[in-house]
Design a protein. Structure first.
Length: 331
């Protein structure tokens, strides 16, 4: 029996934009949204207690484009802002975009095409992203994941979607989740709200993707993801919530956590953030001392000695045996 599908143009997409002190970028972000070739959009900007000109900029753009609507709330965090925007919207599809990211004009149109091909079980379609700098220039084009269909195991390992602005989500799939987890902020672990939501959607639905870099993800020093220890705590809190439902994925969760910590560790070294390097090494060691040995062993000898010297000033790492570091001894 042939499935009858509505044309893409008949679908209203709810674009949700959480914004906190985003005056520098919100105008450019909204212009990239309103330039979409798929025109049936409702654009809900949730000002999360900004102290700058963010609301005024949004109101100015809304006066010229009736699809834009501004909601305001006391500062409650990105998860609460996204949930508020989604609750106030009506579209069959939900498209979150952070207030400093950008979209290619054809992003939504091409994602809807994948939804039409995938049928009702398709719950989320993502795109590849381009890393952009503060001047909106592309600085990296390495994001090329190809996970589709049942993606629960790959998601347990890592957030291959990579950001909160590239997903297009079927509302019925979102409604089966608990929404973006606002408790992570209260528990001192903001940062992995996207990953947790994607995982909860993947528990019941398939994923699709558009193999083009249609999302511009801005990587700035003050991004939430730049708080490396908070990101690790956020992942740990999410894992604590998700693992009891999927004990068969324990290895993937652990390997993914180690992967993330190693990436953050190497980035801190590359940026010369010595204190951050030591704090990350301590966090890795508490979680998996043997993996810390592997990470340090991969460093140049002088760097490895420096890290070990800071971690073991009194001949031991916070109660752990020195045997984990035996392979680091050049003698």
């Amino acid at each position: 029996m042939e499935m009858c599908l509505e044309p893409a143009g008949s679908e209203t997409v709810s674009v949700i934009v959480p914004a906190y002190n985003a005056a520098r970028t919100i105008g450019e972000t909204l212009r990239s949204v309103t330039a979409q070739t798929h025109r049936e959009l409702e654009i809900v900007v949730v000002d999360d207690g900004s102290a700058d000109d963010t609301p005024a900029i949004v109101q100015g753009l809304a006066a010229r484009d009736p699809r834009i609507r501004l909601l305001r709330q006391a500062n409650a965090g990105v998860a609460a802002a996204r949930n508020a925007g989604i609750a106030a919207s009506t579209g069959r599809f939900i498209a979150p975009v952070d207030a400093d990211d950008l979209w290619h004009p054809a992003k939504i149109e091409r994602q809807l095409a994948v939804f039409r091909q995938g049928g009702e079980r398709m719950g989320l379609v993502y795109t590849w992203f381009a890393l952009i700098d503060g001047k909106s220039q592309v600085v990296q084009l390495r994001h090329r994941p190809c996970h589709e269909g049942d993606v629960l195991a790959p998601l347990a390992f890592h957030n291959f979607i990579g950001n909160g602005s590239s997903a297009l989500i079927r509302r019925s799939a979102f409604d089966r989740t608990g929404g973006y987890d606002t408790t992570l902020r209260a528990r001192g672990g903001q940062g992995c709200e996207d990953w947790k939501l994607y995982f909860e959607i993947a528990e019941h639905h398939h994923f699709g993707f558009v193999p083009e870099p249609l999302t511009g993800y801005r990587d700035l020093p003050d991004n939430m993801s730049s708080d490396v220890l908070q990101m690790l705590r956020s992942r740990d809190l999410c894992t604590e919530d998700l693992l009891p439902r999927h004990p068969e994925l324990a290895k993937a969760f652990q390997s993914g956590r180690n992967r993330l910590s190693r990436l953050l560790f190497h980035r801190a070294i590359r940026l010369g953030r010595t204190k951050e390097v030591i704090r990350l090494a301590e966090a890795i060691g508490r979680y998996d001392p043997a993996f810390l040995a592997v990470v340090i062993a991969s460093l140049p000898l002088s760097a490895a000695k420096g890290v070990v010297g800071r971690l073991l000033p009194a001949g031991g790492y916070q109660g752990h045996s020195n045997t984990a570091f035996a392979r680091l001894d050049p003698l």
